[in-house]
Design a binder for this molecule. Structure first.
Ligand SMILES: C[S@@+](CC[C@H](N)C(=O)[O-])C[C@H]1O[C@@H](n2cnc3c(N)ncnc32)[C@H](O)[C@@H]1O
Length: 237
């Protein structure tokens, strides 16, 4: 099982200047923002899983899942909570959530190969009660609602890199998230492209900041920084 390090592909945040912050063009767009890229990626991972049972890349590493699970424990999120994994990829987070006791789980992804892979990965773990659906989150309003917790690990990053609709995509994402979450429901986001300040601004309306989850930090030139940001928000009106 490959682990994508905490500062992996597409994770270069090139925006430093104050005026660039939260503009709609904070970094260069990339193929990581396209459905074709993910379809090809998961098609290869599907072949590998079929051949040798390796689920493929764990974005930001295992710890990125453990830290969210630790927060869920502390926040006393009940095992019956309705949880949505936005852009589930290989479904590895769904497996972790199910093994942690959560039993109302849904994963969506716009890549058909990802959904096929996630289904096979879940099946191999005997987790047949988990719902996985092929769906573009940006066109999901009305189809996804009533979730207690929405989890995003790398998906808002990917959407932000879309060469065709980065501006529109980010707006649609926020709208879809608002529609999917119950009032007072929680949103957990792990991002390598956006800083805490940028995420606070992006999810400033309709959400209340709850807390930042500690991520590994590095020191460079006397300054301390984090390569990954993990935040929790609550849906409010
Ligand atoms: C960086 S990967 C992360 C996958 C998974 N969350 C993980 O942590 O391993 C980004 C995922 O977002 C999915 N994705 C990107 N845009 C999407 C969209 N508009 N709707 C649904 N899924 C999307 C991609 O197919 C890919 O699976």
């Amino acid at each position: 099982m490959a682990e994508a390090g905490e500062s992996s592909h597409g994770c270069e945040n090139s925006s430093d200047s104050e005026e660039d912050r939260c503009s709609d063009n904070d970094f260069e767009t990339s193929k990581l923002g396209t459905r074709e890229y993910w379809e090809e990626t998961y098609q290869k991972e599907l072949d590998t899983f079929t051949d040798i049972g390796d689920v493929g890349e764990i974005w930001f590493g295992e710890e990125s899942m453990s830290r969210v699970l630790r927060w869920m424990d502390k926040a006393k999120i009940p095992e019956s909570a309705a949880i949505l994994d936005i852009g589930t990829g290989n479904g590895a987070f769904l497996v972790e959530l199910a093994n942690h006791g959560y039993r109302n789980l849904t994963g969506i992804d716009y890549s058909p190969a990802s959904i096929q892979l996630a289904r096979q990965v879940l099946q191999a773990e005997d987790l047949t009660d988990v719902t996985v659906k092929e769906m573009d989150f940006l066109n999901s309003q009305g189809k996804l609602k009533g979730f207690d917790v929405c989890i995003d690990k790398g998906t808002f990053d990917a959407i932000s890199l879309n060469p065709d609709n980065t501006k529109e995509g980010k707006k649609l994402y926020v709208q879809a998230l608002k529609a999917a979450l119950k009032d007072n429901g929680f949103f957990s986001i792990t991002s390598c492209n956006w800083t805490k300040e940028q995420l606070l601004e992006r999810f400033g309306e309709g959400f209340e900041f709850v807390q930042e989850l500690p991520t590994p930090s590095f020191k460079f030139g006397g300054k301390t920084g984090n390569s990954v940001t993990a935040l929790i928000f609550k849906r409010v009106h």
